[in-house]
Write a protein that binds this ligand. Structure first.
Ligand code: ZN
Length: 310
């Protein structure tokens, strides 16, 4: 069993518009945009990152907004719900806030004894806020959401799978402990993580497979401290039979990717070097940053990409 993985690092999803995506995560949820860059593999598409004040691992929601992309179809083989942590006793205020801002899909539920508020993202993305008493992470407060209310980072991500067997075994191999079930959901947690220490699997036998599109999670990234630990994880996964990509430099972290038995794409990302690698913490996310190999496209991209206000 591995001990290098420290919870979630980031969650990356698809969107249909950059401005609406930006407004939802900054103005509605009160997160900070910590990076405005482009997709490494398709530089005519933005890669937008939102998180806490520094973009700490475990707080970072990232998006590829493909203009006018069709919505995904929910199903098994994907992350169904991305869950953020908020302080105990704030769900009523959040519900009022989100309702007043026109957020859809608001619904309260209890899972594993925790109160949560479900809501939809701008493309029907599945989200929830869950009350956590002991989350001491510092929220970003620059967008009119007070420190008492602010999102602390991720609490968990919940995958929808046809069965939880093989992916559950993988999570245990990755260092997660099986905490048992509530209804159709099995919970796994890692000790000493980024705060985003939990992964749930909802088992939906017989459900149709998801089709990826706007509002779908593209991949789930797990945090390791550094490149050395990442290589240890890569070797262990490959020795177990997983096909893992080589280490890829993503400018703000190094990444490896592999497909899990249930169909969800996993990434293992380093906490180094972080989002202040190419701009001051005070100005994170303001300027368009381009990967070195796409720097020569700047003039073209600045004309082509939808401008983002705010
Ligand atoms: Zn990623």
């Amino acid at each position: 069993m591995l001990n290098q993985i420290k919870g979630l690092h980031h969650v990356t999803s698809l969107a249909s518009g950059a401005q609406s995506n930006n407004d939802f995560f900054t103005k509605t949820l009160g997160l900070r945009r910590v990076k405005k860059t482009v997709n490494f593999d398709a530089p005519d598409v933005y890669h937008l990152y939102y998180g806490d004040g520094t973009g700490a691992p475990g707080s970072v929601m990232t998006y590829f907004p493909f203009p006018n992309a069709a919505r995904g179809r929910p199903g098994v083989g994907e992350v169904g719900t991305t869950v953020f942590s908020v302080p105990t006793g704030t769900l009523d205020e959040w519900q009022t806030r989100l309702a007043s801002l026109g957020v859809q899909g608001l619904d309260r539920e209890t899972l594993f004894g925790e109160n949560r508020l479900k809501f939809d993202g701008p493309d029907g993305d599945g989200f929830a806020l869950v009350e956590q008493a002991d989350d001491d992470r510092t929220p970003w407060t620059g967008n009119g959401v007070s420190e008492d209310l602010g999102i602390r980072g991720f609490h968990s991500a919940s995958m929808r799978l046809a069965d939880d067997g093989a992916t559950g075994e993988l999570l245990k191999f990755m260092g997660y402990e099986d905490l048992g079930t509530d209804g159709d959901t099995r919970r796994f947690a890692v000790a000493d993580g980024t705060g985003a220490n939990t992964v749930d699997i909802q088992t939906l036998p017989g459900a149709a497979h998801a089709a990826q599109g706007a509002g779908s999670v593209h991949h789930l990234a797990f945090a390791v401290e550094n490149r050395e630990k990442q290589l240890e994880v890569r070797k262990a996964l490959m020795d177990t039979g997983y096909q893992v990509t080589p280490v890829i430099d993503r400018d703000y972290f190094w990444a490896i990717y592999f497909r899990t038995p249930g169909g969800v794409l996993f990434e293992v990302a380093t906490n180094e070097p972080g989002f202040d690698a190419d701009e001051d913490t005070a100005h994170l996310g303001e300027a368009l940053k381009l990967p070195t190999q796409h720097a020569h496209l700047r003039e073209k991209l600045e004309q082509y990409l939808e401008p983002i206000e705010g």
